[in-house]
Design a protein around this ligand. Structure first.
Ligand code: S3P
Length: 168
């Protein structure tokens, strides 16, 4: 099944990628896919389990594979895990795609994720500092791969979808 995603959503945890991808797919009547879910389905385990038992490097390798496959197969909305842009080969693979950065501030990101146990990288003693470090390292990479940006801090999901649909 060959395809090409209509839109690829990137951004930090808590930016709303998965929620917006689902709402945008309903609005446009196209399917949506999420690489985190693909990884969990293929492994038969959830992400915290993969991180804990196999380590982050193993997770990143699965993520690179899931991204390659989804970019080649999927022709709807694709959302990526927040760290998918860390690998240079992934950033290269995204080149030429309609990549949208859903931006989020530290305050809002910390609030929305609630430092949930299902996000292994964010469980720590100082969630605000962890999130700030993550944003400092990654925002330049989200911006490098994206061609459009929506700051989701003050917007409802429908408003984010409006902004993307108007841009498309
Ligand atoms: C990660 C984000 C998670 C998931 C994994 C690693 C990251 O996805 O891929 O826990 O490195 O930021 P979300 O961005 O959907 O939380």
């Amino acid at each position: 099944m060959a395809g090409r995603p209509l839109v690829v959503l990137v951004g930090a945890p808590g930016a709303g990628k998965t929620t917006v991808a689902a709402a945008l797919s309903r609005r446009l009547g196209v399917p949506f896919r999420d690489t985190d879910r693909d990884i969990e389905k293929a492994a038969g385990r959830d992400i915290p389990d993969i991180f804990t038992n196999d380590g982050e490097a193993a997770f990143r390798a699965l993520e690179t594979q899931a991204l390659r496959t989804a970019l080649a197969e999927h022709d709807g909305i694709l959302s990526l895990g927040g760290g998918a842009i860390l690998a240079e080969e992934n950033r290269r693979a995204l080149s030429g795609h309609a990549v949208i950065h859903l931006a989020v501030s530290m305050n809002q990101g910390v609030r929305r994720t609630g430092m949930a146990a299902n996000r292994p990288l964010l469980v720590g003693i100082n969630p605000r500092a962890t999130f700030k470090t993550l944003l400092t390292a990654r925002v330049p990479l989200y911006q490098e791969v994206s061609v459009f940006e929506v700051n989701t801090d003050l917007l409802a999901v429908d408003q984010v979808v409006d902004a993307i649909a108007a841009w498309l």
